[in-house]
Ligand binder design. Structure first.
Ligand code: VGL
Ligand code: ZN
Length: 196
């Protein structure tokens, strides 16, 4: 079965938000359209405690910090239960079957939707074998989620017009797409998916 994984399509990652991704809100149309076509729709939320170690000014104990995920520093974003952490209003909430919160551990970036969430098991239990992946940001949470999905044995199609990147360095999104493709993901735009 096909599922759509919508990564972190949240207020704080869209224009006007705390960690805005350029044109992040413009993924709404292809995301909603694809959500109407698949058997299961999962939306993740970056869902940080107020003292998350990635936040500028946070005090991080280097001994406790998750070494697999270097401590990049971000503005305070997606704090649990705040308006910025809500799913973006342009996402049709009625189409979302399951919401998965991630990034709860203050000592890990928690970029991947599969990190300490039980998502792989939940998807397998529902018979999902193939994931369309959309969302924000191409170069962080989408990248890490796709690599983990492939490692967990799912076939993955990245929906190229339904992702946008932070681009801390110009070209990061293009490099991330290439890495996902090299790891075994298929890249397709939503028109090609709808047409095929
Ligand atoms: C993300 C930076 C920090 C993302 C989350 O959703 O890609 N990026 N936290
Ligand atoms: Zn975050």
């Amino acid at each position: 079965m096909d599922a759509l994984l919508i990564v972190d399509f949240q207020v704080d990652f869209c224009p006007g938000g705390a960690l805005a991704v350029a044109d992040g809100d413009r993924i709404a149309h292809p995301v909603n359209a694809l959500a109407r076509r698949v058997g299961l729709v999962v939306a993740t939320r970056d869902w940080h405690p107020p003292d998350h170690g990635s936040f500028a000014g946070a005090r991080v104990d280097a001994e406790l910090w998750d070494g697999a995920d270097p401590p990049a520093v971000w503005p305070v974003h997606c704090v649990q239960d705040t308006p910025g952490a809500q799913l973006h209003p342009a996402l049709d909430a009625e189409l979302v079957d399951v919401v998965v919160d991630k990034g709860l551990d203050p000592n890990s970036q928690g970029y991947s939707a599969f990190q300490h969430t039980g998502l792989a098991t939940a998807l397998r239990a529902r018979g999902v074998t193939h994931l369309y992946v959309a969302g924000l940001a191409t170069d962080y949470c989408v990248l890490n989620s796709v690599l983990d999905a492939l490692a967990a044995g799912f076939a993955v199609t990245v929906v190229t017009d339904a992702v946008r990147g932070v681009e801390v360095s110009p070209g990061d999104s293009a490099r991330a797409l290439r890495r996902m493709q090299e790891a075994g993901a298929r890249l397709m735009d939503s028109a090609a998916i709808a047409g095929g």
